[in-house]
Design a protein around this ligand. Structure first.
Ligand SMILES: Cc1cc2nc3c(=O)[nH]c(=O)nc-3n(C[C@H](O)[C@H](O)[C@H](O)COP(=O)(O)O)c2cc1C
Length: 196
């Protein structure tokens, strides 16, 4: 609990490597995450190569973390592997649709967030890059992602070289609704979004 309570996104990293053994341990443990029908509808592309980071950077609007972090991870919703499994067994997969994409995206994001929690517990710093969704097409080309594989989250990972202040959060009552949704009055909105 304390690790999550004290966490913040880290955008500056030491030049020290993140060992492959540690990264793989974290990914393997993260994969204990819940997954739709236990199908594990995800893939993760690990980027360490400077040339690949150079190519990815513009797709992330040249946010400095891409080239500044020792590791960049791209989490992908992946129905390609499961589809191949079905086809190889002469089954009709039928996963090329929005519902399947949402299931695969959920799996990939759960894996990603599990990884983030575990990484932060080990003292690593991470930052999500929302540019992945914005420029998914470019990232698909650069990482050579096949049909039915869509990047849904990128995180930069490294040993922290900063400790920024924690950001604010909305108060609990602003986002928890007892029994049914209670819509907001203008006064509620003002109260929740004023500094506290
Ligand atoms: C889906 C998502 C996309 C994000 N995209 C970016 C981004 O492109 N660049 C960035 O610097 N931070 C990005 N962040 C980090 C948020 O800005 C950060 O989590 C938020 O401001 C709260 O700060 P904290 O993580 O330090 O608590 C993203 C976070 C999420 C969850």
């Amino acid at each position: 609990m304390e690790t999550i309570k004290n966490r913040r996104s880290i955008r500056k990293y030491k030049s020290e490597e993140v060992q492959a053994e540690l990264l793989n341990q974290l990914l393997e443990t993260a994969a204990r995450a819940q997954t739709m029908g236990n199908l594990q509808l995800y893939s993760v592309v690990v980027t360490r190569d400077e040339g690949m980071k150079e190519r990815l950077a513009p797709a992330h609007f040249n946010q400095p973390m891409v080239k500044g972090a020792p590791v960049v991870l791209t989490f992908c919703a992946d129905f390609n592997r499961t589809t191949q499994w079905c086809l190889n067994r002469k089954a009709d997969p039928g996963y090329d649709n929005f519902l399947s994409f949402m299931n695969a995206a959920s799996d990939a994001l759960l894996l990603c967030q599990n990884f983030c929690n575990l990484a932060e517990e080990k003292g690593l710093g991470i930052c999500y890059l929302g540019t992945t969704i914005y420029n998914a097409g470019q990232i698909i080309d650069i990482l050579n992602l096949p049909r039915l594989v869509v990047p849904v989250a990128t995180i930069t990972v490294g040993w922290p070289d900063e400790c920024p202040p924690q950001t604010d959060r909305l108060p609990l009552e602003s986002f928890v609704h007892e029994e049914s949704y209670h819509d907001y009055t203008p006064a509620d909105i003002d109260r929740y979004y004023s500094p506290h």
